[in-house]
Design a protein around this ligand. Structure first.
Ligand code: PLP
Length: 318
């Protein structure tokens, strides 16, 4: 993107909060497109600050339907802002944003995008798509410890920020923009994380953007094929399965907590489910500094762990 990028010392959620408070006013009507826990969180932040949120929630594992988003904006022309998640980490599902961008354009809405677990790993052409505010976080695809959130802001969004009246102080990005011209931040930044980021960005420039996207695709393919070979089912609709995290249904009779513990003993850490999916799924991350051999090792450990816990792959899958 050629848009301004503001670095905030915060978790990714701080970046989402900054996206809300800088461009919205209490009473503003907002369409929140939600396909999981993080979509719900974005909506909750907006309603906490007084936005009037219309929520469009899709089933876990399904991507948002562009036609339904179009219809919701058609039905209420007073909606001026849309919140959408690029990659829903809780379900391992990616919204294909090029299908939504023309709809946002047609209705003239400002788009606030949670790309925390995708930006730098899954292609997102921010300027070509005309996405106004895009949020990501240091600990995801950027391969460094948590502590920084990055928010890109379009000229149109800066204009909106001049009239937005939600209360803001620490996250006032106009202040950040002003002082950025002097190479400074308004408050003490997470300096140590910037040093790590400097190294990570060098690595990324060396590897090249397209190569990074392709590597994530290959890692995701290994994860998906690997679990399927074990006779397991992935949660998302295959067409929208994420290249940065694979969500897998725990097989009948296998306790997710036990499985995670056994995997950890084999040196592999996987996440459980969030919210209503707790105890039902586990999630294999393949985001950032991850390579094919890591994925093959993870699948091998999964095979071993499941075997230890008494799981037998259905004959058809073997
Ligand atoms: C990780 C993540 C966030 C932010 O998480 P923090 O714990 O606040 O850093 C937001 N949205 C998505 C989709 C995420 O994966």
């Amino acid at each position: 993107t050629e848009n301004d990028i503001i670095s905030l010392t915060a978790a990714g959620t701080g970046g989402l909060e900054a996206a809300v408070v800088n461009f919205l006013s209490p009473g503003d009507k907002v369409l929140a497109v939600s396909i999981g826990v993080f979509g719900e969180r974005f909506a909750k932040i907006a309603s906490t600050y007084g936005a009037v949120v219309t929520k469009l929630r899709f089933a876990d594992g399904e991507a948002a339907d562009p036609a339904k988003v179009d219809a919701a904006l058609e039905a209420d022309p007073s909606i001026r802002t849309v919140l959408i998640t690029h990659n829903e980490t809780s379900t391992g599902t990616t919204n294909y944003l090029p299908a939504f961008a023309p709809i946002f354009k047609k209705h003239g809405v400002l788009s606030l995008v949670d790309a925390v677990s995708s930006l730098s790993a899954i292609d997102l052409k921010v300027d070509e798509l005309g996405l106004d505010v895009v949020v990501t976080g240091s600990q995801k695809g950027w391969m460094v410890p948590p502590g920084l959130a990055f928010v890109s802001v379009s000229p149109r969004a800066w204009e909106r920020s001049e009239t937005a009246t939600m209360p803001r102080f620490y996250f006032d990005m106009r202040e950040a923009k002003k002082i950025l011209a002097k190479g400074q931040t308004p408050w003490t930044p997470a300096v140590s994380v910037f040093y790590g980021l400097d190294v990570a960005l060098d690595m990324m420039l060396k590897e090249g953007r397209e190569n990074i996207f392709a590597r994530h695709q290959r890692c995701a393919d290994i994860a998906r094929e690997g679990v399927k070979e074990l006779g397991l089912k992935i949660l998302p609709n295959e067409c929208f399965a994420s290249n940065t995290v694979t969500a897998v249904w725990a097989p009948e009779g296998i306790d997710v907590g036990q499985l995670r513990k056994t995997l950890r003993e084999h040196g592999v850490v996987v996440a459980g489910g969030q919210g209503a999916l707790d105890g039902k799924i586990f999630r294999i991350g393949h985001l950032g500094w991850v390579h094919e051999e890591d994925m093959r090792a993870a699948i091998a450990a999964l095979r071993l762990s499941l075997d230890k816990l008494g799981y037998r792959a259905p004959a058809a899958a073997v």
